[in-house]
Design a protein around this ligand. Structure first.
Ligand code: S3P
Length: 168
């Protein structure tokens, strides 16, 4: 059984969709951010503050390499920036069927406006930051994806139905 992999921008719902899908499909779920926090014994914000983004990106690639060959039939949700590295896109492709949860900037902003756990979105004008990053990243997400699911205005049930229909 292939893994189901969830990618997309921060706040698009990967973690929640991953959890709910795991109940529906009776599969276990892994989240790369949580794996990294567990291994590093500190939060993503602490990792960014102490060692910088480049260090974190290397940990993401390490994490994917560890999952490769070690997982089957699981649900894997990955950090929003992980698919930007070409090597990571290749590893994702080898790891399973990739679903891109595509959300608009406004949807993401509404979900994350009170969040302080995403170091990349802290600052004066998060909506502009979200829009800029989203424009930059969308092509990479599309390149990495086998299936694109538009999530704006949909309930989790609808999103899960759409994913389930496409799962191999
Ligand atoms: C990031 C997304 C975060 C986390 C880190 C960087 C990004 O994960 O990996 O803050 O670059 O988009 P989520 O997508 O789960 O929020």
């Amino acid at each position: 059984m292939e893994n189901v992999i969830l990618i997309g921008f921060m706040g698009c719902g990967k973690t929640t969709v991953g959890l709910r899908l795991s109940y529906r499909l009776r599969r276990t779920v892994i989240d790369t951010d949580k794996e990294i926090e567990r291994e590093e014994k500190r939060t993503i914000s602490d990792i960014f503050a102490a060692d910088g983004e480049a260090y974190f990106r290397d940990r993401e690639t390490d994490c994917l390499k560890k999952l490769s060959g070690n997982t089957a039939g699981q649900i894997i949700s990955v950090g929003g920036g992980l698919p930007l590295r070409e090597e990571n896109r290749r590893l994702l492709h080898e790891l399973g069927q990739v679903f891109y949860l595509r959300a608009k900037g406004e949807t993401i902003y509404e979900r994350l406006k009170d969040d302080n756990t995403r170091p990349l979105l802290q600052g004066d004008d998060p909506l502009t930051k979200i829009r800029t990053l989203l424009d930059e990243r969308d092509p990479y997400y599309r390149e990495a994806a086998d299936v694109v699911i538009a999530v704006d205005g949909k309930s989790f049930e609808q999103i899960l139905d759409e994913i389930e229909e496409k799962v191999k």
